[in-house]
Ligand binder design. Structure first.
Ligand SMILES: [Cu+2]
Length: 214
């Protein structure tokens, strides 16, 4: 086929129109938001939020509250461990990329971070405190019969010169009962307590509900 001026005059507008409509469809279509697993007081849910924090979809994954899964419930345990801990700031512990997924209303927030134990001794993380929330509890994602549930942890060890990642698929700190007005972009202060060793104060970045990483 020969490209005469006539065929060019026909094809150029057709191609232009096709290009413009393709761009228009792409511009107006609903963005595809990711499913996020969240931990609530009643169990684990899968949710979708938009950039403004509006809930688009939700479904239960498991309706087993993590606090009921505590093998040995002792409300005084954490408190006594904290007061007995030596309150020195540890400089051989690093907590990096700490972030909080803030959820709307009274939903608990989850905290994730990378912890590095640069000391030659095993460390046991056994409490977390913050002025921004009334309670902070360590949770582990556990898969049972193909279903994700959350289990509360009293303590977790970090090997000498080892590291531990609290990430979306492993562990998180569940923060409940907000004590202050917190919004995405803020930083909140968390204190990590290590058994018989000391503590680490960390500034954690507050991210919106649909965030998946730092
Ligand atoms: Cu949880």
């Amino acid at each position: 086929m020969k490209f005469s001026v006539k065929t060019l005059k026909f094809f150029i507008p057709v191609l232009l129109m096709a290009g413009i409509s393709w761009l228009a469809v792409d511009y107006f279509k609903e963005p595809d938001y990711e499913w996020i697993e969240i931990c609530t007081a009643e169990g684990v849910k899968r949710v979708k939020y938009d950039d403004q924090g509006n809930l688009l979809a939700e479904e239960w994954i498991s309706q087993i509250p993590a606090h009921l899964l505590l093998v040995e419930e002792n409300p005084n345990a954490v408190q006594s461990q904290v007061t007995e801990a030596k309150l020195i700031e540890l400089d051989n512990v690093e907590v990096d990329r700490c972030w909080v997924r803030l959820l709307p209303g009274n939903l608990p927030a989850a905290t994730y971070f990378e912890l590095k134990n640069n000391s030659g001794k095993e460390l046991v993380l056994n409490a977390i405190k913050t002025r921004s929330y009334a309670s902070a509890i360590m949770h582990e994602n556990v898969s049972k019969k193909g279903m994700t549930t959350m289990e509360s942890l009293d303590e977790i060890s970090i090997a000498a010169n080892g590291s531990l990642s609290f990430s979306v698929n492993t562990y998180h700190i569940m923060l409940e009962n907000k004590q202050a007005d917190i919004k995405p972009g803020d930083f909140i202060s968390l204190q990590f307590y290590f058994q018989d060793t000391g503590m680490k104060t960390v500034q954690c970045k507050v991210n919106p509900p649909n965030s998946l990483s730092y």
